[in-house]
Design a protein around this ligand. Structure first.
Ligand SMILES: *Cc1c(COP(=O)(O)O)cnc(C)c1O
Length: 412
């Protein structure tokens, strides 16, 4: 394609153009493309049967939840699965289960969804951040210096955007007692022939809106250890190990029966849906590649590795950095659904909290600067739409970024 970066106008000129929808022009797309929220509508009768049974939740988990847990664990080759009320609650019980408390540290990728750092905060453990690789947008052990005095209780990595983190390579550098994978966006992805969620002591999955195994609301943790399984269930069940006494201050994090039915239907469609998303991701990436833009790359090209793209991430050229938030608004006005994620270390409460604990130093400041400059240039587009819509959205993004959308007459 001729529209290369060379012909790109300065962002300042583009932002002022009157025919952009944000400035009152006609939107690039007639309407916002349909995005699949993931709920299997064919599950409606089975959900209705649960309602008619008169019981939609059970103390300790009901028969549908137990059936889902069996199938989910088997699909990943793990011994246990525990169905939670959300992916966020699953991360809280995972961090609790590995014993990461106020005397412990958790090495955590700064690349991820906010629920991961929230879970570390709620368990009162000290986070030690890993940097993000600029090519894959996944966490990396590059620059990590192990503590001379304390072994981290856990390594918590997120397979972010559906891409795959090299879990064994990072664990080799970090040597944490336990490894937790947040696979909330990457269900269906593989690393060295093994599915994500089967590498760590605990694999954690989200079942909310747009996730591949959507339960409406839900989350699942998998593990092989009886001890970890018991601890997750205890804290997610009011802190009770037996029937009456709360051993620790716990929560009610159990998943419901209607949600378990939805998740089982979605599980049956996992492989087809993963392939659909890969097709849409490829359509978007092709348009961006042809136009000379940079998007996050798969971590591995090996034949036994596969991402399950949840979002395609466009990494904007440096001159667009201060226009990133404007660009998101402008594209949304064109009916192109894009958004962004801040890195975990830049959540506004993290630095004040860590400073108050005496945990913030030069290393954190350097990682913060690196993460801000990288994630400040990222916009993401979801793969939950058709490949045709993905292509049209990507073409619209390119047209805005290159100035082609604006038409030369405006500037003549
Ligand atoms: C969505 C998501 C979660 C949290 O799931 P909820 O069910 O929304 O609480 C956790 N991790 C990742 C990577 C996610 O994308």
């Amino acid at each position: 394609m001729e529209r290369s970066l060379k012909s790109m106008m300065p962002p300042k000129e583009i932002a002022g153009a009157r025919n952009l929808a944000i400035n009152g022009g006609v939107p690039y797309l007639d309407s916002i493309p349909w995005e699949d929220p993931g709920v299997c509508t064919e599950a409606a009768d089975d959900v209705a049967a649960v309602v008619r049974s008169g019981r939609t939740c059970y103390w300790g988990g009901g028969p549908k939840a137990k059936e889902l847990e069996r199938r989910f664990a088997a699909g990943l080759g793990r011994k246990h699965a525990f169905f939670h009320s959300s992916g966020s609650s699953a991360l809280v019980t995972a961090v609790f289960a590995v014993g990461a408390d106020e005397n412990q540290s958790v090495v955590i990728g700064s690349s991820g969804f906010v629920a991961a750092i929230n879970a570390v905060y709620h368990n009162r453990a000290r986070p030690i951040f890993l940097k993000t690789d600029v090519r894959t947008l996944q966490c990396t052990a590059e620059g990590y210096i192990p503590s001379a005095t304390q072994q981290p209780a856990a390594l918590l990595v997120t397979h972010f955007l559906g891409n795959v983190v090299d879990v064994p390579a990072i664990q080799a550098a970090v040597n944490a007692t336990r490894v937790i994978e947040d696979a909330g966006q990457a269900h269906g992805a593989f690393l060295a022939g093994k599915p994500v969620g089967s590498w760590g002591d605990i694999g954690s999955f989200a079942g909310s809106h747009k996730k591949l195994v959507t339960a409406g609301q839900g989350g699942l943790n998998v593990c092989d250890s009886d001890l970890l399984n018991d601890r997750m269930r205890m804290v997610g069940h009011h802190g009770k190990a037996g029937r009456t006494v709360g051993e620790v201050p716990g929560y009610n994090f159990r998943g419901g029966e209607m949600e378990a039915v939805l998740a089982m239907h979605a599980l049956g469609r996992l492989e087809d849906r993963t392939k659909d998303r890969l097709r849409t991701a490829a359509a978007i990436q092709d348009v961006l590649d042809e136009a000379g833009f940079v998007s996050a790359r798969a971590s591995s090209e090996a034949p036994d590795a596969r991402p399950a793209w949840f979002d395609v991430a466009l990494i904007l050229p440096p001159e667009w950095a201060s226009y990133r938030d404007w660009l998101i608004q402008a594209l949304n006005a064109e009916n192109i659904p894009v958004s962004t994620y801040p890195s975990l270390i830049e959540m506004p409460w993290v630095k004040p909290w860590m400073t108050s604990q005496g945990w913030w130093g030069d290393r954190e400041e350097q990682i913060l600067a690196h993460e801000r400059s990288l994630w400040g240039r990222v916009i993401v587009i979801g793969t939950q739409m058709s490949p045709e819509d993905g292509r049209r959205c990507a073409e619209g993004i390119v047209a805005v970024l290159t100035g082609a959308r604006i038409g030369e007459e405006v500037f003549a």
